[in-house]
Design a protein around this ligand. Structure first.
Ligand code: NAP
Length: 427
């Protein structure tokens, strides 16, 4: 049986996971899949670095040509991260007629059309299961098991770091800053956590997921993004009283040719399936016209879970080497003219204000909501501190822009000390 030789780009968290799976499960893959897979070379930055996993050091190289120009290597698996030089190396591998498997969500979200065109032109494959939700096989499920459906909604917890932070804040009543520094100490959050806590990472993943779900290209620029840095322990405690749990959700909805996509902190009812997703776990909740509601749950990151997705792509690529599959939609950098992206979506809102403890303030605020066609579903007024009082409102469905105008008006009121937070609510 012919050996299939693989070049790895990167030997960090994901790279070591992939290597370990290929080594430890070699016989299972051989017997079950009839494939003899061998890692031929591994590109790293520093070949002399001390590594957690000790392997044959002759496998390492710091020269990409050792992989790209090796005619025996037919599959290149990339997990270096970032854009430069990952994108250039992926393109070079495709041009040399090597199939590429990648875990790199940023490269995929930004350059998908360019990379896919290069793969198609060269008759090779481009696989990216690990780029979204780590070990959860969401791309395969959507492409190979839900084809009978029109998927019209998906809501995902697709960033483990923020879910870990929000879970700790909710369950232990701690502040964002406190939990973030603990997460950094424990290695759950990066030293520079911006990509996670500001929602960029989830935006890249939602761009990939929603494009596949809706068969229409959803560039990252069309996704509304808001991170979790302004969420406080007070917001979470008031939300809990109202029966809500907070999560950073990636939301995509489609109606006809209209699509809305957004990443933001969201209150969901405690009974929602996504409310049970704690710590660094990921989950994707999908609604399709035939399948109804379903949810996939699992590890969204980590060496072995992500390695599981990468090795699965390598196996699929080997089986489909004669006929790789590509996206079935208009996959250009620009969006299709047919698609209309909605900015003024409708949702419910949680609003927390601190106001002066004076008669008539509540009526004034209710009047402003009414003027902007925002109707109030419930309200809590809490114990006052000296001369100020917290007011919490939950609205019925309201338009995003109407809420923005209402909040702008409320901020101008002399009796309103602060608009503490506005958090969207999904059911
Ligand atoms: N970590 C996860 O759980 C996870 C989950 C899903 C997807 N991903 C994605 O997978 C990718 C890798 O993540 P990771 O956590 O494994 O990263 P990592 O631990 O930082 O590893 C990166 C590896 O790439 C090598 N590398 C980086 N830049 C290079 C360059 N210019 N030339 C040669 N080698 C270079 C590094 O070499 P040295 O070892 O010599 O420094 C290192 O081995 C990212 O795109 C990430 O978003 C990660």
């Amino acid at each position: 049986m012919e050996e299939i030789k693989i070049g790895l780009l990167g030997f960090g968290n994901v790279g070591t996971g992939v290597y370990k799976i290929l080594e430890e499960n070699r016989n299972d893959i051989l017997h079950r899949e009839g494939l003899k897979l061998k890692v031929e070379k591994i590109l790293v930055r520093d070949v002399h670095k001390r590594r957690k996993m000790i392997i044959d050091s002759s496998l390492f190289t710091d020269n990409i040509k050792d992989i790209i120009d090796n005619p025996e290597i037919s599959i290149v698996a990339e997990f270096m991260g970032g854009i430069d030089p990952a994108k250039e190396y992926i393109l070079a591998a495709l041009e040399k007629k090597k199939t590429v498997v990648t875990a790199n969500k940023e490269v995929m979200a930004r350059y998908w059309s360019e990379l896919e065109k290069a793969a198609q032109k060269n008759g090779v494959g481009l696989y990216y299961e690990a780029s979204v939700a780590g070990g959860i096989p969401i791309i395969k499920v959507m492409g190979e098991s839900l084809q009978a459906n029109k998927v019209y909604e998906l809501m995902g917890i697709i960033n483990g770091t923020t879910n870990y932070i929000l879970t700790k804040m909710s369950e232990e009543g701690r502040s964002f800053e406190d939990v973030l520094s603990e997460a950094q100490r424990l290695g759950y959050a990066e030293p520079d956590p911006t990509a996670d806590i500001e929602g960029f990472d989830a935006t890249y993943k939602l761009s990939i997921l929603s494009s596949i779900a809706f068969h229409a290209r959803v560039p990252i620029e069309y996704i509304y993004r808001e991170g979790i840095t302004k969420i406080t322990a007070e917001d979470i405690a008031y939300g809990k009283e109202l029966g809500y749990v907070i999560r950073l959700l990636a939301i995509a909805k489609k109606q006809g040719f209209s699509i809305e996509t957004r990443v933001h902190p969201t209150f969901i009812p405690m009974s929602h399936p996504l409310a049970a997703v704690r710590d660094s776990y990921n989950a994707i909740f999908i609604r399709g016209d035939a399948v109804g509601s379903m949810m996939l749950y699992g590890r969204g990151a980590g060496d072995l879970p992500t390695g599981s997705a990468v090795v699965s792509d390598i196996i699929t690529a080997c089986h489909q080497s004669e006929k790789h599959r590509y996206t079935t939609f208009y996959n250009e950098a620009q969006v299709s003219e047919e698609v209309n992206f909605i900015k003024n979506w409708e949702t419910e809102f949680f609003i927390r204000l601190t106001v002066k403890d004076k008669p008539g303030v509540l009526a004034k605020i209710a009047g402003i909501f009414g003027k902007h066609e925002v109707s109030i579903a419930s309200m809590i007024q809490k114990n006052h501190n000296e001369d100020s009082v917290p007011l919490i409102f939950v609205t019925h469905h309201a338009k995003e822009l109407s809420m923005k105008k209402a909040i702008d008006d409320i901020k101008c009121q002399q009796d309103v000390i602060r608009v503490e937070n506005v958090i969207r609510v999904e059911n």
